[in-house]
Design a binder for this molecule. Structure first.
Ligand SMILES: Nc1ncnc2c1ncn2[C@@H]1O[C@H](COP(=O)(O)OP(=O)(O)OP(=O)(O)O)[C@@H](O)[C@H]1O
Ligand SMILES: [Mg+2]
Length: 255
């Protein structure tokens, strides 16, 4: 089975989609077979990969709502070793439909389990809430990566996420473990950024990745030209940071 990593934080705009896009590209660059799954009805990841979210069939919606939906029939290549299972606005409808479905939190895990696609990693991009789509990602995954934006630390949102994670761990997925907390949009000369990372380390200790993702224009510009920052500006500090993150994740499974 592939290593499945949920990238989640119910606070909006913290760098979830950016992290899936760039970590996906970086892992693929190391030679791993990587699938990125867009579970957000906003479909920002899908748009960043140059697909039109308003004009797609065979998506995350199909996978979650059809009893025989399979990963293999929904994924599309986006680069060497790299695939996307796209999301659309229909995911919002899937969430409502699934509310009363049997085994609703397990739909994604069961779809992946019956698919048997030869992959090394599956990265799940989740929406900014703790609803059923995020829970499906947490139930399918063995690992959780929490991006936290350095400008505005909200320990409240991280605590609420961890409470949900604990419930999922206890009731639905005992295999779920915290891979790490990733400080994003770090401003090198900002006392506030340093303070946020300090607070994260005080709470999460060695679960905070040593590396931080710098706040850099290239990161925000890359999706506009439908590229990862690694392809857009390979020598940028952010591209380097995402490559380091991929190496760290590949070489040592943090526990
Ligand atoms: N390291 C960075 N440097 C500069 N801009 C960044 C960086 N990381 C993310 N951004 C920008 O910040 C915004 C929010 O990032 P992103 O969309 O990845 O967050 P998100 O957590 O997925 O948001 P949502 O909760 O809405 O899904 C985007 O415009 C993105 O381009
Ligand atoms: Mg997002």
């Amino acid at each position: 089975m592939p290593r499945q990593i949920a990238v989640a934080n119910q606070k909006g705009g913290v760098g979830k989609t950016t992290t899936v896009m760039n970590l996906g590209a970086a892992l693929a660059g190391l030679g791993a077979q990587v699938l990125m799954v867009d579970l957000d009805p906003q479909a920002a990841l899908t748009a960043s990969c140059n697909f039109d979210p308003y004009n797609l069939t065979r998506t995350g919606y199909t996978l979650l709502t059809r009893n025989n939906g399979s990963v293999a029939s929904c994924l599309r290549p986006v680069g060497p070793n790299l695939f996307l299972l796209p999301g659309t606005i229909d995911l919002a409808a899937a969430e409502v439909m699934l509310t009363h479905a049997p085994r609703a939190p397990f739909r994604l895990r069961e779809a992946v389990a019956r698919s048997r696609v030869p992959l090394d990693f599956i990265l799940y991009d989740t929406p900014p809430n703790l609803g059923l789509l995020t829970v499906n990602a947490l139930v399918a995954s063995q690992e959780l990566l929490i991006p936290v934006q350095c400008q505005y630390l909200s320990m409240r949102s991280v605590r609420a996420l961890l409470e949900t994670v604990w419930l999922v761990h206890k009731n639905m997925n005992p295999a779920l473990d915290l891979l790490g907390v990733l400080a994003t949009m770090y401003r090198e000369h900002s006392d506030h950024s340093r303070q946020v990372v300090g607070e994260l380390r005080a709470v999460f200790e060695d679960k905070v990745f040593d590396l931080v993702i710098p706040d850099e224009d290239a990161v925000a510009e890359a999706p506009v030209v439908k590229k990862s920052v690694l392809a857009y500006q390979p020598n940028s500090a952010a591209a380097q940071a995402y490559r380091h993150l991929a190496e760290e994740i590949t070489h040592e499974r943090r526990s």
